[in-house]
Design a protein around this ligand. Sequence first.
Ligand code: KIV
Length: 269
Amino acid sequence: MNKDVKRVTVHTLRRMKEAGEKISMLTAYDYSFATILDEAGIDVLLVGDSASNVMAGHETTLPITLDQMIYHASSVIRAIKRALIVVDLPFGTYQGNSKKALSSAIRIMKESGAHAVKLEGGQSVQESIKRILKAGVPVMGHLGLIPQSIYKFGTYVVRAKEKEEAEQLKKDAKLLESIGCFAIVLEKIPSELAAEVAASVKIPVIGIGAGSSVDGQVLVTHDLLGITKAFKPRFLRRYLDLYTDIKLAVQSYRDDVKGRNFPDESEQY
Ligand code: KIV
Protein backbone atom coordinates (compact mmCIF):
# COMPACT_ATOMS: atom_id res chain seq x y z
CA MET A 1 0.00 0.00 0.00
CA ASN A 2 1.30 3.51 -0.86
CA LYS A 3 1.74 5.35 2.46
CA ASP A 4 1.56 8.82 0.83
CA VAL A 5 -2.02 8.37 -0.39
CA LYS A 6 -4.94 8.46 2.01
CA ARG A 7 -7.27 5.61 1.12
CA VAL A 8 -10.99 6.21 0.88
CA THR A 9 -12.86 4.01 3.34
CA VAL A 10 -16.52 3.61 4.24
CA HIS A 11 -15.81 5.99 7.15
CA THR A 12 -14.39 8.61 4.77
CA LEU A 13 -17.69 8.55 2.86
CA ARG A 14 -19.69 9.04 6.04
CA ARG A 15 -17.48 12.01 6.99
CA MET A 16 -17.91 13.45 3.49
CA LYS A 17 -21.68 13.35 3.91
CA GLU A 18 -21.40 15.01 7.33
CA ALA A 19 -19.16 17.72 5.85
CA GLY A 20 -21.45 18.25 2.85
CA GLU A 21 -18.75 17.13 0.43
CA LYS A 22 -20.19 15.33 -2.61
CA ILE A 23 -18.99 11.80 -3.36
CA SER A 24 -17.86 10.85 -6.88
CA MET A 25 -18.36 7.28 -8.02
CA LEU A 26 -17.88 5.60 -11.41
CA THR A 27 -17.87 2.07 -12.71
CA ALA A 28 -14.62 0.27 -13.52
CA TYR A 29 -14.14 -3.21 -14.90
CA ASP A 30 -10.48 -3.38 -15.90
CA TYR A 31 -6.94 -2.37 -14.88
CA SER A 32 -6.32 0.34 -17.50
CA PHE A 33 -9.49 2.32 -16.87
CA ALA A 34 -9.26 1.87 -13.10
CA THR A 35 -5.72 3.32 -13.13
CA ILE A 36 -6.97 6.48 -14.86
CA LEU A 37 -10.10 6.87 -12.72
CA ASP A 38 -8.15 6.39 -9.49
CA GLU A 39 -5.48 8.88 -10.54
CA ALA A 40 -8.23 11.34 -11.48
CA GLY A 41 -9.45 11.26 -7.88
CA ILE A 42 -12.74 9.37 -8.17
CA ASP A 43 -13.69 8.40 -4.60
CA VAL A 44 -15.47 5.10 -5.23
CA LEU A 45 -15.01 2.65 -8.11
CA LEU A 46 -17.91 0.30 -8.61
CA VAL A 47 -17.20 -2.99 -10.30
CA GLY A 48 -20.78 -3.02 -11.47
CA ASP A 49 -22.65 -5.95 -12.90
CA SER A 50 -23.24 -3.51 -15.78
CA ALA A 51 -20.05 -5.23 -17.00
CA SER A 52 -22.55 -7.75 -18.30
CA ASN A 53 -23.84 -5.10 -20.76
CA VAL A 54 -20.77 -2.95 -21.29
CA MET A 55 -17.99 -5.52 -21.41
CA ALA A 56 -19.79 -8.67 -22.52
CA GLY A 57 -22.59 -7.26 -24.71
CA HIS A 58 -25.49 -8.91 -22.90
CA GLU A 59 -28.89 -7.23 -23.01
CA THR A 60 -29.28 -7.34 -19.21
CA THR A 61 -27.12 -7.67 -16.10
CA LEU A 62 -28.50 -11.12 -15.32
CA PRO A 63 -26.04 -13.41 -17.14
CA ILE A 64 -22.79 -12.25 -15.51
CA THR A 65 -21.35 -14.83 -13.11
CA LEU A 66 -19.60 -14.57 -9.77
CA ASP A 67 -16.35 -15.82 -11.34
CA GLN A 68 -16.57 -13.12 -14.01
CA MET A 69 -17.24 -10.40 -11.39
CA ILE A 70 -14.21 -11.61 -9.43
CA TYR A 71 -12.06 -11.45 -12.57
CA HIS A 72 -13.14 -7.83 -13.21
CA ALA A 73 -12.74 -6.86 -9.55
CA SER A 74 -9.23 -8.35 -9.31
CA SER A 75 -8.14 -6.34 -12.35
CA VAL A 76 -9.51 -3.13 -10.82
CA ILE A 77 -7.97 -3.79 -7.42
CA ARG A 78 -4.49 -4.15 -8.95
CA ALA A 79 -4.80 -0.62 -10.34
CA ILE A 80 -5.90 1.48 -7.42
CA LYS A 81 -4.04 3.47 -4.79
CA ARG A 82 -6.82 5.57 -3.27
CA ALA A 83 -10.39 4.70 -4.28
CA LEU A 84 -12.80 2.49 -2.36
CA ILE A 85 -13.67 -0.57 -4.46
CA VAL A 86 -17.25 -1.84 -4.27
CA VAL A 87 -18.26 -4.97 -6.19
CA ASP A 88 -21.77 -5.96 -7.25
CA LEU A 89 -23.03 -9.33 -6.14
CA PRO A 90 -24.42 -10.72 -9.40
CA PHE A 91 -27.94 -11.99 -9.92
CA GLY A 92 -28.62 -15.36 -8.30
CA THR A 93 -25.77 -15.21 -5.79
CA TYR A 94 -27.59 -13.68 -2.81
CA GLN A 95 -31.37 -13.65 -3.26
CA GLY A 96 -33.39 -15.95 -1.04
CA ASN A 97 -30.50 -17.69 0.66
CA SER A 98 -28.43 -15.77 3.17
CA LYS A 99 -25.79 -18.50 3.52
CA LYS A 100 -25.21 -18.45 -0.21
CA ALA A 101 -25.10 -14.65 -0.05
CA LEU A 102 -22.39 -14.78 2.58
CA SER A 103 -20.30 -17.29 0.66
CA SER A 104 -20.64 -15.15 -2.52
CA ALA A 105 -19.53 -12.03 -0.64
CA ILE A 106 -16.63 -13.87 0.97
CA ARG A 107 -15.45 -15.16 -2.42
CA ILE A 108 -15.45 -11.60 -3.78
CA MET A 109 -13.55 -10.21 -0.79
CA LYS A 110 -11.02 -13.08 -0.61
CA GLU A 111 -10.38 -13.68 -4.30
CA SER A 112 -10.40 -10.08 -5.58
CA GLY A 113 -9.28 -8.05 -2.57
CA ALA A 114 -12.30 -5.70 -2.87
CA HIS A 115 -13.36 -3.48 0.01
CA ALA A 116 -17.16 -3.87 -0.03
CA VAL A 117 -20.06 -5.42 -1.90
CA LYS A 118 -23.28 -3.97 -3.30
CA LEU A 119 -26.57 -5.75 -3.74
CA GLU A 120 -30.02 -4.80 -4.98
CA GLY A 121 -33.20 -4.62 -2.91
CA GLY A 122 -34.47 -3.76 0.55
CA GLN A 123 -36.67 -5.78 2.85
CA SER A 124 -36.63 -8.83 0.55
CA VAL A 125 -32.86 -9.29 0.87
CA GLN A 126 -32.39 -8.12 4.45
CA GLU A 127 -31.41 -11.56 5.79
CA SER A 128 -28.64 -11.81 3.21
CA ILE A 129 -27.40 -8.32 4.04
CA LYS A 130 -27.42 -9.00 7.78
CA ARG A 131 -25.42 -12.20 7.40
CA ILE A 132 -22.82 -10.53 5.17
CA LEU A 133 -22.50 -7.59 7.55
CA LYS A 134 -22.10 -9.94 10.51
CA ALA A 135 -19.03 -11.39 8.79
CA GLY A 136 -17.49 -7.92 8.69
CA VAL A 137 -18.07 -7.20 5.02
CA PRO A 138 -19.35 -3.66 4.30
CA VAL A 139 -22.54 -3.60 2.21
CA MET A 140 -23.85 -0.87 -0.08
CA GLY A 141 -27.59 -1.06 -0.83
CA HIS A 142 -29.28 -0.29 -4.15
CA LEU A 143 -32.93 0.82 -4.42
CA GLY A 144 -35.23 2.32 -7.04
CA LEU A 145 -34.58 0.92 -10.49
CA ILE A 146 -32.86 -2.38 -9.72
CA PRO A 147 -31.75 -3.82 -13.07
CA GLN A 148 -31.49 -7.41 -11.82
CA SER A 149 -35.31 -7.32 -11.49
CA ILE A 150 -35.89 -6.02 -15.03
CA TYR A 151 -38.15 -8.92 -15.94
CA LYS A 152 -40.36 -8.15 -12.94
CA PHE A 153 -40.63 -4.43 -13.86
CA GLY A 154 -40.74 -5.05 -17.61
CA THR A 155 -39.10 -1.68 -18.42
CA TYR A 156 -36.28 0.66 -17.38
CA VAL A 157 -38.61 3.65 -16.74
CA VAL A 158 -38.40 5.90 -13.66
CA ARG A 159 -39.37 4.02 -10.48
CA ALA A 160 -41.33 5.06 -7.38
CA LYS A 161 -43.45 7.75 -9.03
CA GLU A 162 -46.53 6.32 -7.32
CA LYS A 163 -47.10 6.87 -3.59
CA GLU A 164 -47.10 3.20 -2.61
CA GLU A 165 -43.76 2.41 -4.23
CA ALA A 166 -42.26 5.67 -2.92
CA GLU A 167 -43.35 4.82 0.64
CA GLN A 168 -41.84 1.33 0.33
CA LEU A 169 -38.60 2.81 -0.97
CA LYS A 170 -38.40 5.21 1.99
CA LYS A 171 -38.98 2.32 4.38
CA ASP A 172 -36.36 0.21 2.62
CA ALA A 173 -33.78 3.02 2.86
CA LYS A 174 -34.37 3.35 6.61
CA LEU A 175 -34.16 -0.43 6.95
CA LEU A 176 -30.84 -0.58 5.07
CA GLU A 177 -29.46 2.12 7.33
CA SER A 178 -30.73 0.43 10.49
CA ILE A 179 -29.22 -2.97 9.66
CA GLY A 180 -25.82 -1.39 8.95
CA CYS A 181 -25.35 -0.69 5.22
CA PHE A 182 -22.65 1.97 4.78
CA ALA A 183 -24.31 3.66 1.77
CA ILE A 184 -27.22 3.34 -0.66
CA VAL A 185 -27.41 3.79 -4.42
CA LEU A 186 -30.72 5.26 -5.62
CA GLU A 187 -31.32 4.66 -9.31
CA LYS A 188 -33.76 6.52 -11.57
CA ILE A 189 -36.31 7.89 -9.12
CA PRO A 190 -37.87 11.38 -8.82
CA SER A 191 -35.35 13.89 -7.46
CA GLU A 192 -37.72 15.08 -4.74
CA LEU A 193 -38.06 11.57 -3.36
CA ALA A 194 -34.28 11.05 -3.54
CA ALA A 195 -33.72 14.31 -1.66
CA GLU A 196 -36.15 13.21 1.04
CA VAL A 197 -34.41 9.85 1.43
CA ALA A 198 -30.94 11.43 1.55
CA ALA A 199 -32.10 13.82 4.26
CA SER A 200 -33.72 11.03 6.28
CA VAL A 201 -30.64 8.82 6.68
CA LYS A 202 -27.15 9.45 8.05
CA ILE A 203 -25.43 7.13 5.56
CA PRO A 204 -24.42 8.52 2.16
CA VAL A 205 -26.93 8.24 -0.67
CA ILE A 206 -25.40 8.05 -4.15
CA GLY A 207 -27.68 8.82 -7.05
CA ILE A 208 -27.88 7.82 -10.70
CA GLY A 209 -30.79 9.60 -12.30
CA ALA A 210 -31.90 10.71 -8.84
CA GLY A 211 -31.24 14.45 -9.02
CA SER A 212 -28.71 16.72 -7.36
CA SER A 213 -29.84 16.69 -3.72
CA VAL A 214 -28.23 13.36 -2.85
CA ASP A 215 -24.77 12.90 -1.35
CA GLY A 216 -22.96 11.77 -4.48
CA GLN A 217 -23.32 10.69 -8.08
CA VAL A 218 -22.49 7.53 -9.98
CA LEU A 219 -22.42 6.92 -13.73
CA VAL A 220 -21.28 4.10 -15.95
CA THR A 221 -17.86 5.26 -17.17
CA HIS A 222 -18.38 4.05 -20.73
CA ASP A 223 -21.58 6.13 -20.94
CA LEU A 224 -19.90 9.28 -19.60
CA LEU A 225 -17.05 8.88 -22.11
CA GLY A 226 -19.40 8.30 -25.03
CA ILE A 227 -18.08 4.82 -25.76
CA THR A 228 -21.58 3.37 -25.55
CA LYS A 229 -23.73 5.01 -28.21
CA ALA A 230 -27.28 3.73 -28.04
CA PHE A 231 -27.90 4.39 -24.33
CA LYS A 232 -29.26 7.95 -23.99
CA PRO A 233 -31.18 8.42 -20.75
CA ARG A 234 -31.98 11.98 -19.67
CA PHE A 235 -29.76 11.70 -16.57
CA LEU A 236 -26.61 10.95 -18.58
CA ARG A 237 -24.09 13.71 -19.25
CA ARG A 238 -21.59 12.67 -21.94
CA TYR A 239 -18.19 14.32 -21.47
CA LEU A 240 -16.63 12.87 -24.63
CA ASP A 241 -17.60 11.15 -27.85
CA LEU A 242 -14.97 8.45 -27.65
CA TYR A 243 -16.90 6.09 -29.91
CA THR A 244 -16.30 8.49 -32.80
CA ASP A 245 -12.75 9.42 -31.74
CA ILE A 246 -11.65 5.79 -31.38
CA LYS A 247 -13.28 4.81 -34.67
CA LEU A 248 -11.51 7.68 -36.50
CA ALA A 249 -8.17 6.77 -34.93
CA VAL A 250 -8.55 3.12 -35.86
CA GLN A 251 -9.62 4.02 -39.42
CA SER A 252 -6.49 6.21 -39.74
CA TYR A 253 -4.36 3.29 -38.61
CA ARG A 254 -6.06 0.99 -41.10
CA ASP A 255 -5.49 3.53 -43.89
CA ASP A 256 -1.81 3.94 -42.92
CA VAL A 257 -1.27 0.18 -42.98
CA LYS A 258 -3.03 -0.23 -46.32
CA GLY A 259 -1.25 2.83 -47.79
CA ARG A 260 2.17 1.62 -46.55
CA ASN A 261 2.50 4.74 -44.34
CA PHE A 262 2.93 2.72 -41.16
CA PRO A 263 5.54 2.02 -39.93
CA ASP A 264 7.84 4.79 -41.22
CA GLU A 265 11.65 4.94 -40.92
CA SER A 266 11.56 6.18 -37.31
CA GLU A 267 9.22 3.40 -36.26
CA GLN A 268 11.45 0.48 -37.14
CA TYR A 269 14.79 -1.04 -36.06
O1 KIV B 1 -23.87 -2.06 -12.26
C1 KIV B 1 -23.85 -0.82 -12.24
O2 KIV B 1 -23.18 -0.15 -13.06
C2 KIV B 1 -24.64 -0.12 -11.24
C3 KIV B 1 -24.72 1.36 -11.32
C4 KIV B 1 -25.64 1.75 -12.40
C5 KIV B 1 -25.10 1.96 -10.03
O3 KIV B 1 -25.20 -0.75 -10.38
